[in-house]
Design a protein around this ligand. Structure first.
Ligand code: GAR
Length: 185
């Protein structure tokens, strides 16, 4: 029997992206083996409701050990609002991916997260917004881009309405890309 591709999801917030990853496991042929949060959050509750092992920690030695213990093959940052130490980026190079709610390299870097990103998109007068799945390197939002999905910016968009449409794309793109990586990694 083929063993499923094990992923760990790192999250800090409401965990709606995590929920999409949980809900699409069977469809895309991966297994959420571990959920790590750096603070108490709804994402942890979602993992517990789905009977997925969890770890709440800011200790990267402990996190690294849990990744190994749970046979994790790919780390997925899904709304994880902490910067990874360089040694983790190096040790897990090409095995950490992130979803960012903009068309990188636009609107990335430190301080660019969540609704702030769509505020920046509207302030810049962009006609397109979207999301990016990319490899994680020591440079924030700077790793190689794997895939993007685009949405049109509408004349009456607010950061909230735009964010809703971008997040809907994120929830389709990320599970699909993990499924594709599981075949090639
Ligand atoms: C997602 O939109 C994700 O792209 C974004 O946080 C949201 C998490 O929502 N991540 C970043 O902005 C990272 N720079 P969730 O907690 O409901 O999954």
């Amino acid at each position: 029997m083929k063993t499923l591709f094990n992923i760990a999801v790192l999250a800090s917030g409401t965990g709606t992206t995590l929920q999409a990853l949980i809900d699409n496991q069977a469809l895309h042929g991966y297994h959420v083996a571990l959920v790590v949060a750096n603070r108490p959050c709804t994402a942890l509750e979602r993992a517990q409701a789905a009977a997925i092992p969890t770890l709440q920690s800011k200790d990267w030695e402990a996190i690294d050990q849990a990744l190994t213990d749970n046979h994790v093959q790919l780390i997925v940052l899904a709304g994880f609002l902490a910067i990874l130490p360089e040694w983790i980026c190096q040790k897990w190079a090409q095995r950490i991916i992130n979803i960012h709610p903009s068309l990188l390299p636009k609107h990335g870097g430190k301080g660019m997260y969540g609704i702030h990103v769509q505020e920046a998109v509207l302030a810049a007068g962009d006609t397109e917004a979207g999301c990016t799945v990319h490899y994680v390197s020591a440079e924030v939002d700077g790793g190689n881009i794997i895939a993007q999905a685009t949405v049109e910016v509408l004349p009456d968009d607010t950061p909230e309405t735009l964010s809703q449409r971008v997040q809907a794309e994120e929830k389709k793109l990320l599970p699909r890309i993990i499924g594709e990586l599981s075949i090639n990694l």
